[in-house]
Design a protein around this ligand. Structure first.
Ligand SMILES: NC(=O)c1ccc[n+]([C@@H]2O[C@H](COP(=O)([O-])OP(=O)(O)OC[C@H]3O[C@@H](n4cnc5c(N)ncnc54)[C@H](OP(=O)(O)O)[C@@H]3O)[C@@H](O)[C@H]2O)c1
Length: 251
């Protein structure tokens, strides 16, 4: 499969690292996110790193119109891989104190947007009888923690949708992989807390995963021979045994 690789949420973190890793392999890219300046800079870096083409397109997965416009351009290039990565957490309030805008933001981006992006690319892949969808799940899609009800629910949904897709796409030649990382140090925690100092706490006293570690898993899964489907990859920092059991060095 030689069509471009489509990556949502490519303006930072895991999406950006995936873009650069595929660029180094000489793959063409279609990148989407809301922050155009950041995304353009990533596309430029990808071209420098070896991508024959790196298209930066504005994408807000909360808007069906935006997804449709993004997919129209990307689908015209017959993409071979979709990295369905755009996602976020907002807040860590217990259910009794949940902010309404946090509930809707997480569900709109991580579930509704995620599903709509997959739906926008599936018909083309089915018609071409091949392709690969890589979904960014989480350890939080396998275990829950206090203050994580909505984020965990959305990532449990990513796992359920990934499993459903493998059933529905059986016989089409399309591969479906879910990557489920534990603590990865990106802008994720800054987006969640809205506070640069607080955002450092989850990574304190450990060697967290990096976005490059996740990109390694994604490129490995995508580069397996076409008859192999890597269903799920769960990875954590060595110090993290579960969502709530993290062994930290004294600081
Ligand atoms: N970091 C972790 O510990 C961790 C662990 C497990 C799973 N994950 C998952 O990994 C994925 C990537 O997160 P990350 O850690 O790389 O965080 P990040 O650095 O904050 O990146 C998130 C990306 O998602 C994009 N995004 C957010 N809302 C969007 C929207 N409405 N429309 C389009 N794009 C949107 C952001 O781009 P714009 O803001 O420019 O739109 C950004 O490029 C997420 O699905 C996250 O849930 C992260």
């Amino acid at each position: 499969m030689s069509g471009p690789i489509v990556i949502t949420g490519a303006s930072s973190g895991i999406g950006e690292a995936c873009a650069l890793a595929f660029a180094r392999e000489g793959r063409s890219l279609v990148l989407g996110a809301r922050r155009s300046e950041r995304l353009n800079a990533v596309a430029k870096a990808c071209m420098k790193a070896g991508a024959p083409e790196a298209l930066a397109l504005s994408l807000d997965v909360k808007s069906l119109a935006s997804i449709t416009a993004f997919a129209r351009v990307a689908n015209a290039l017959n993409p071979s891989v979709l990295i369905n990565n755009a996602g976020l957490a907002k807040g860590r309030d217990p259910v009794a104190q949940l902010q309404d805008h946090d509930i809707t933001e997480m569900i709109d981006v991580n579930v509704t947007g995620f599903l709509r992006v997959a739906r926008a690319f599936l018909p083309g892949m089915i018609e071409r009888k091949g392709g690969h969808i890589v979904n960014l799940g989480s350890l939080a899609g396998r275990e829950i923690y206090e203050g994580g009800a909505v984020y965990c629910a959305t990532k449990y949904a990513v796992r359920a949708i990934s499993q459903t897709l493998r059933l529905e796409l059986s016989g089409t030649g399309i591969r479906v992989t879910e990557i489920a990382p534990g603590l990865v140090e990106t802008e994720f925690s800054i987006v969640r807390t809205g506070d640069i100092e607080k955002a450092k706490l989850p990574y304190q006293g450990i060697d967290p995963l990096t976005a490059v570690d996740i990109a390694d898993c994604v490129t490995w899964a995508v580069n397996r021979p076409a008859h192999i489907n890597i269903g799920e990859i769960v990875l954590t920092p060595v110090a993290q045994a579960s969502v709530s059991k993290v062994s930290r060095r004294p600081v």
